[in-house]
Design a protein around this ligand. Structure first.
Ligand SMILES: Cc1ncc(COP(=O)(O)O)c(C=O)c1O
Length: 383
């Protein structure tokens, strides 16, 4: 079923069995004009649905006025987006740095923590996935990723099991600059930190002089039903990263940091030519406005919550992991076969690092009717 059309592209991605022509809301339209229900969201990117007219208009308007100028020239849209993010993030997160991707945002989180503490070590979680730059590969769980970091001479993070407070306690010593955690582990099938574990991480970091960093590249921007996972769990890190769904489809990354982490930042300490460009900032601002106006956080909580409950009642579902619209259905069989059976019904879902977990990350605008359609298909396929 995989799309094996020959092309000049490096064949590094397993692809879904369609060629995309357009999209609207929760639907992707293929080159034959057939509609596919998208419970994958372009990898958690289609926050307010595909090609939302407000986002498209904001992009077009901004592109017509000024396509790009770097941060050498102040721009109101960039400043407004930074303020809008801080208004939605828990205190004391107060300062924003824009870049272009999730890995780049995480790379900057790690750099800030190392700079501030003067230490090098990092603690991360088993099952964590943080990106493909050298520093983030070193923090990502998996022999292949770690080998990539080692080949580049990057020391690996210390990895502790999810929700193991004793192991975390043992891992944080005075060489550790940061503990980097995905509160909901996206690629790991939405395995979720307990609030107690996150509170312990907060406490241990503060007590031992390490920085607590949340990778919210996948679980942030409303996916848990709160704008940040930090808010959802009631635990505030020293900094967090956002990317993926923030600009609803344009590349963007953001670091949101507490003053205590960045109060001594000097001119030139961080930088990015394209980070904070006018067009992605306009897209992100429009996306945030749509999220507010259309009540997408509320929708994520209610529709996502109902979908999770219904799936948990299916005999073939051993557990439902995750929150809101970042859900992992742990099945009694390999998820790849279920994903393929759903393709035959023109429904897109994701798999995960756990072979038996099917991942659902639809747009936050996924309606109750669309969720019912998805559930019914999953029910029939599993039966
Ligand atoms: C939790 C998490 N962190 C970081 C990344 C890397 O983001 P990007 O692909 O934008 O570099 C991803 C991408 O899947 C992710 O899920």
């Amino acid at each position: 079923m995989l799309n094996d059309t020959p092309s000049a592209l490096l064949p590094v991605y397993a692809t879904f069995p369609l060629r995309a022509a357009s999209g609207h809301g929760s639907w992707l339209v293929d080159e034959d004009g057939q509609e596919w229900l998208d419970a994958y969201g372009g990898h958690a990117v289609a926050t307010c649905g595909h090609s939302h007219p407000d986002v498209v208009r904001a992009i077009a308007d901004q592109a017509a006025r000024l396509l790009f100028y770097s941060t050498a020239v102040p721009h109101a849209g960039r400043e407004r987006l930074a303020e809008a993010l801080i208004a939605r993030a828990p205190a004391p997160l107060a300062k924003v740095f824009f870049c272009n991707s999730g890995a780049e945002a995480n790379e900057n989180l790690l750099g800030l923590a190392r700079r501030k503490t003067g230490r090098q070590g990092v603690v991360t979680l088993r099952g964590g996935w943080h990106g493909r730059t050298v520093a983030t590969l070193a923090c990502t769980d998996g022999a292949k990723y770690e080998a990539g970091a080692s080949r580049a001479g990057m020391p690996l993070s210390r990895k502790v099991p999810l929700n193991d407070i004793a192991a975390l306690d043992a891992a944080i010593d005075d060489t550790i600059a940061a503990v980097l955690i995905e509160p909901v582990q996206g690629f790991n099938g939405a395995r979720t930190c307990t609030p107690e574990f996150l509170q312990a991480a907060r406490h241990l970091c503060t007590a031992r002089g390490a920085k607590l960093l949340f990778d919210e590249v996948q679980c942030g921007t409303g996916r848990t039903g709160r704008f940040t996972a930090a808010e959802y769990f009631g635990v505030t890190p020293d900094a967090l990263s956002l990317a993926k769904g923030l600009a609803a489809g344009l590349p963007i990354g953001a670091v949101l940091a507490a003053d205590s982490l960045v109060d001594d930042i000097q001119l030139g300490d961080l930088g990015s030519t394209f980070g904070g460009g006018p067009v992605p900032c306009a897209a992100a601002l429009a996306n945030l406005e749509v999220m507010d106006r259309e009540g997408l956080l509320e929708n994520t909580r209610t529709v996502g919550g109902t979908l999770a409950c219904k799936c948990a009642g299916l005999p073939a579902v051993k557990a439902v992991h995750g929150r809101g619209f970042l859900l992992g259905l742990e099945l009694d069989r390999p998820a790849a076969g279920v994903q393929r059976a759903l393709w035959e019904r023109r429904i897109l879902t994701g798999t995960s690092t756990d072979a038996n977990t099917l991942r659902l990350l639809p747009p936050l605008s996924f309606s109750a009717d669309e969720a019912a359609m998805l559930f019914e298909a999953i029910r029939v396929v599993l039966a």
